[in-house]
Design a protein around this ligand. Structure first.
Ligand SMILES: [Zn+2]
Ligand SMILES: [Zn+2]
Length: 239
């Protein structure tokens, strides 16, 4: 059997730009923790924004860590979708589309949480004033179509969860969608999930930590994050 390298990844991490994430989840601290855990690759996937992505990419490159440009979008059906791109430029193009699709509402930081942008010294430089913890006015179909057109891939988030997942909200994955990989949350054993949803066994899966706290990074179920990168995921790493 040909040797296939296994990457230790955590592809679902929220930085301090996500209002639900801890303030200490700065890109620099996330990268430091990933290096301590000897991860090969991470993705920072903030809700509906890539505001910390450029800084995170620069810091990751300085530290020799692979960072896949990403975002977790909430669609108008309240489905969370992880969107990954080969390059930062593609993610930033996507960020503009999502930005234009957000309702014109302001974040209530006392109620919902702070949305902090950081600089290359890993210090807070600004707040994102928009309401990010909400549904963008893009359907699941539109997100998949536009992300794929930009060269990215879509991985439905935490499909085992009853809310904010494609299965919880829609009940199924429309077969015409260009989706090859799904994310199962760390709280559910993949074997148990697939027993319940045999129709989804053709999909590859990843387990992300969905970290909102430093100590949760790399906690991607048992065993710790290791999966062979196949198909679309491998394509992302080639770039
Ligand atoms: Zn989510
Ligand atoms: Zn998340």
């Amino acid at each position: 059997m040909p040797h296939r390298r296994t990457f230790r990844c955590d592809l679902h991490i929220h930085s301090c730009l996500s209002p639900c994430a801890h303030l200490l989840m700065t890109p620099g601290s996330i990268i430091q923790r990933a290096l301590e855990l000897d991860l090969d690759c991470i993705a920072i996937t903030d809700h509906n924004s890539a505001g910390n992505a450029a800084v995170a990419m620069e810091l990751a490159q300085r530290n020799g860590l692979i960072l896949i440009p990403g975002m977790e979008v909430e669609t108008q059906e309240e489905v969370h979708l992880l969107c990954y791109f080969p390059t930062l430029e593609q993610l930033l193009e996507w960020d503009i589309i999502v930005s234009q699709s957000l309702p014109p509402l302001k974040n209530d930081e006392e109620l919902i949480g702070y949305q902090l942008l950081t600089d290359l010294n890993d210090e807070y430089r600004a707040k994102d004033e928009r309401l990010l913890a909400t549904a963008a006015q893009l359907s699941v179909d539109e997100v998949v179509e536009k992300v794929v057109a930009l060269g990215g891939i879509v991985v439905p988030s935490h499909v085992d969860r009853p809310v904010n997942s494609i299965i919880g909200q829609l009940g199924f994955i429309p077969p015409e969608l260009e989706i090859a990989v799904i994310e199962i949350s760390k709280n559910t054993k993949p074997s148990v999930f697939f027993e319940k949803h045999p129709e989804l066994t053709p999909y590859s899966y990843v387990v992300g930590s969905d970290s909102h706290y430093i100590e949760d990074i790399g906690r991607c179920g048992e065993p710790l994050p290791g999966f062979p990168l196949v198909g679309d995921m491998a394509r992302l790493l080639v770039c």
